[in-house]
Design a protein around this ligand. Structure first.
Ligand code: CA
Length: 236
């Protein structure tokens, strides 16, 4: 799945322009897409707007520290699973511990080699990508096979239309994340096609019905006024 990893969108949160440029150069060369934030406010805005696949956050930032930003991201149900690499200066032993304590998945000590950073990014994306090596995404008892487009729940095959399949795939890639109708439209139909919000509801309804046909619990959560998520009701 290297090609899919390589198109991942990486958020760089760093206030020092030369540092940003080194990271940008090395990550873009590997095919990653980059979005940059210079401070905490910009970072949280970028997370909300661009939905990055991974964030590299510098510890030392003006106003909010990298750790604070990290905690914010972890405290929000929509972003809590965002893979985060914390950047920290050499020798800040307690900071390192705090960095991991704040919920960062990994940390890299400055000065670092760009090659190492790229390797860490690749490893973290691989560790946190939704599908396993067989190209399957699994959530609870639902198994979605990306290669064959087949969906099973328990042992039973679930017949889905292409739209319902795409909705399920989007939801299963980020369990717990709430997708607004607008965002589902973007991800499932594409942004240049006009589809009514109501159409989203209809297809989600069909998907819900198909998934429940095996007798299992309803894992599609409707968030009033916000949208939809796939969730285990016991874990909310
Ligand atoms: Ca900095």
């Amino acid at each position: 799945m290297t090609s899919q990893d390589a198109t991942a969108l990486i958020l760089i949160v760093e206030d020092e322009a030369p540092q940003v440029e080194v990271l940008r150069y090395n990550l873009e060369r590997e095919g990653y897409r980059i979005v940059v934030a210079m401070d905490g406010e910009e970072a949280l805005e970028a997370v909300a707007i661009h939905h990055p696949d991974l964030a590299i956050i510098d510890w030392m930032l003006p106003q909010r520290s990298g750790v604070e930003i990290c905690r914010h991201i972890r405290a929000n149900v929509e972003t809590q699973r965002l893979p985060i690499i914390m950047l920290t200066a050499r020798g800040e032993e307690s900071d390192r511990v705090l960095g991991l304590d704040s919920g960062a998945d990994d940390y890299v000590i400055k000065p670092y080699s760009p090659r190492e950073m790229v390797a860490r990014v690749r490893a973290l994306l691989r560790r946190t990508r939704p599908e396993n090596d067989e190209g399957q995404i699994i959530f609870e008892d639902i198994l979605l096979d990306i290669v064959s487009h087949k969906v099973t729940r328990g042992d039973k095959r679930i017949a889905l239309g292409p739209t319902e399949y795409r909705i399920l795939k989007v939801l299963m890639e980020k369990p717990g994340r709430v997708y607004s109708r607008e965002r589902l439209l973007d991800r499932v139909w594409g942004s240049d096609i006009h589809v009514e919000d109501r159409t989203v509801d209809v297809h989600v309804g069909r998907l819900r019905k198909a998934l429940k046909s095996t007798g299992g619990p309803d894992l599609i959560r409707t968030v009033r006024g916000s949208g939809y998520a796939i969730d285990n009701p016991d874990s909310i």
